[in-house]
Design a binder for this molecule. Sequence first.
Ligand code: CP3
Length: 358
Amino acid sequence: MQRANPLQPAAEGSRFVRACLRQPVDRTPVWFLRQAGRYMPEYMAVRKHHSLLDICRTPEVASEVTITAAERLGVDAAIIFADLLLPFTPMGLDFEFLAGEGPVVNVPIRSAEQVVALRTDRIDELSYVARSIEKVVAHFSRPRPDGDQLGIIGFCGAPFTLASYMIEGGSSRNYIETKKLMYGDTKAWPLLMEKLVTVLVGYAAQQVEAGADVIQVFDSWAGALSVSDYRQYCLAPTTELVQRIQALGVPVIYFGVDTASLLPTMRETGADVLGLDWRIPLDVGWKSIGHTRAVQGNLDPITLFAPEAVLKARVLEVLHTAEKRPGHIFNLGHGIVPGTPVENVIQVVQWVKEYGKI
Ligand code: CP3
């Protein structure tokens, strides 16, 4: 189901979307990175019968996982269940998820010829994600009992973070192969960035068309870059991605980890909202970006394992440092990890609802 006017998403009725646009809200909206994941028994029950990729590629199941997590936690936004690496398949790059190891690309990109061979003309093959979004939108089409419309978040990776998986072949510590190609091949790197932007804009457009209110761009590993390298090799393609998604009529949340020093440069992409990790105090991060942008964050996800009094103090600290300015979305500084007590996550939502009133 499509929104009545795709250029005017659920802003009016959704405190989450309103906060992305720095419009006034009745209270701070809240959702969590990786809110549907292995810490949640309902997700593990589904995972027993389906692989991660099966879930992503089956709209009935992906939408159910998305909806269940959002309703169980009582959050203000639902992020579609998918994965950063899904666009690799139509680009011609095979990958799998190995238990305990995370994603593995079978033949990593190491040469200019491989970059040239990457395809950008099969984005339609990703339409199962749009079908999942349509189901989630249909489910949440009515306002909730408090009158608020739940926000629907679509997402994609940023060019650098996706390139790092393509080139390293999986997770990495030092990004040596990625940086070798970035520094050393002045033709292949820009071509790779350009191809990724083409695919990601098309993919995001499908998600917006299906009813996503906001797109989050994950640059999870941007923190591996110096400010100079980010500026020289990544800022232009990332800016193009962000601005072309905004031109579809939705706000963009741009998120990375370990980005304290990069924030002022990441701001130059023009993103409406910047994600903050927990290493920078929220007020310091917000000041370095400027209060003309919204921020999302930034509780340490491991605080969810702390005793109640410690957890509550940290939640209140995040709310306090945001000073009830327009444009704060409560979240973690990175994703919920397996083993996190679900009841603590729910408790945080309740505290934000109680103490985040404006
Ligand atoms: O509610 C949600 O956020 C779930 C939807 C979601 C998944 N992946 C499903 C998933 C989202 C938003 C992602 C994004 C994603 N995928 C990122 C960016 C977010 C971040 O954390 O910075 C990244 C880097 C990936 C790539 C990826 N996928 C990795 C590194 C892993 C392994 C992680 C691990 O802890 O093992 C995955 C697997 C994955 N994607 C899981 C989930 C729920 C866990 C594995 C499983 O269920 O088998």
